[in-house]
Design a protein around this ligand. Sequence first.
Ligand SMILES: [Zn+2]
Length: 211
Amino acid sequence: MSSTNTNTEEKKDDKILINKEEFDRIRNARGAEVCPYCLSTNFVKRGTRQNVGQVVQLYLCKNIGLPDGKGCGRTFSAQDIKGKHFPLHIIIEAMSYYNIGLNLIDTCNVIKQKFGVAPEPATLSDWINEYKSLCRYERLRPYAIKMFGPKETIEVTTMAHRQLYRFRYHKAKTILMLEEYKNRVHFPLKEYLDNVSSETPHQYFQDGERM
Ligand SMILES: [Zn+2]
């Protein structure tokens, strides 16, 4: 996700001039333990970055064993990891499971099953707090979990159109939107979405051109 930053970080790196004392202080500071993107411990020190008021040790991930056959190759700092020994996609997945109504402990169990690693419930709670200004569903979740269980909050249907298409529809958000805005124009929309799973024929797009 931040691979586009790598080049600029390395460019900035060229311009930084620091004295040896400062350099040693950074080198000897408590460093990174895992790559925050892939959790690999196979990384090397690679330059520094000047942040406001401080110089930050950068690391380059040397993990070449990712499932897609590619290497990770990303640059990160120990600060990127502080309090988050997890790659961003796990943080996002964990917050998503929590949002559909699982509690903190159950969410961590699901993440553990899915990825083999999981945060402590307290860490997940910290993430939710940290990102709630970005993830505004935090405001709706208390109401949503009274309406639907974790498995019913989002309706998922896979349709066999020319290619498999996964239709997903957030039932709780739709109802809350209708309640909040009292906009009757939206009611037919809800009806339409409710009917997609049960009434859309799978063969619909198989023959002829789509109109
Ligand atoms: Zn990595």
